[in-house]
Design a protein around this ligand. Sequence first.
Ligand code: UGY
Ligand code: MN
Length: 236
Amino acid sequence: MQRLGFTRSSYLRDHLLLTADTFVRAPRPGMQGATAIVHVSPAVGAGFTEYTAEFEAGGSLGPAAGQRFLYVLEGEIRLEGKLLGPGEYAYLTEGYDLPIAAQDRARAVVIEKPYRALDGVKLPSMFVGDERRVEEKPLMDDRDLQVRVLMPDHPSFDFAVNTMTYQPGAALPMVEIHVMEHGLMMLAGGGIYRLGDNWYPVTAGDFIWMAPFCPQWFGALGKTPAKYLIYKDWNR
Ligand code: UGY
Ligand code: MN
């Protein structure tokens, strides 16, 4: 559809909103039968890379730029003989080089980050998980805003990935301003995201990057819950 130059996508110094109409697909080195929509990378000053990988049947990923976290959106991904379906995820250590391939067509969010070791702290190990088995915890006692922490709470890990689910009308209790940066994929529903001094309508399929100290707030709108997958640098 001709949109006469209009888009909700926006790129400012401390945040980036990318909507599906502006996605550009290109393979990452080593991908076979797969392509990537790179949402954020060190090219904008981020400390990590996040992309959506779109696989054809049998398609596979190439080597990672550091550690890798993979969250399946659609279809099934095979890894070490296990099949990961929607809501399942894997954390892979730096240098992990076993095949990661799709059964049929599939889509996954992939986060890659060079590892920052801490003196005296043991290196992390790879693991797989299932979001549905992770206990929900209310954010600051708000039962309408539930958080699931997908990575172990241990200093070996230098980043965190959570899902946050907002009932319609639920909102972050404060405007957050913090040193951590975020990569955020809207998985369901929508609402209004405040980023810096701008308020954006956002919906499932949108991606947001927030630089360190970017003022941020979200309120869920509509009749179904809003949910996002959110990365932050952590423990360093
Ligand atoms: O974990 C976080 O910093 C989270 N509450 N931020 C956000 O949802 N924008
Ligand atoms: Mn935050």
